[in-house]
Write a protein that binds this ligand. Sequence first.
Ligand SMILES: [Zn+2]
Ligand SMILES: [Zn+2]
Length: 117
Amino acid sequence: MEIMGIRIPTIVKDNVAVRCDGCLEVIDGSPWRLNVLDVVAAETPVSWAGRPAINPGPFQFHRDAAHVRTWMAKRGWLFCRRGEIREIMRPIPIPGDEPRLALCDGIHRDDHELIPA
Ligand SMILES: [Zn+2]
Ligand SMILES: [Zn+2]
């Protein structure tokens, strides 16, 4: 708007820019939010000390699954290609020398097919 020749900016941009957890660039518009569910309890209860701590999010991304895959790849996580990147992902603990996680949307009923993100 303009009052007596002086432009008054009425829309003040929020200074707190939301950054994409994948490419670390500022997200213009509404971010894609992703939450990671808790690891499903194993056959024996795991003590709090032995429980891998997962930050459940929400993590925020550009509206592009590739950015989520970038973020997973940086963490060394795997992606189940039977599913898709969705707002809520289920973690699959992968045992090994270096325990890591795979993420799956948990919707398909057959076996997971894990590939590097
Ligand atoms: Zn991004
Ligand atoms: Zn799966």
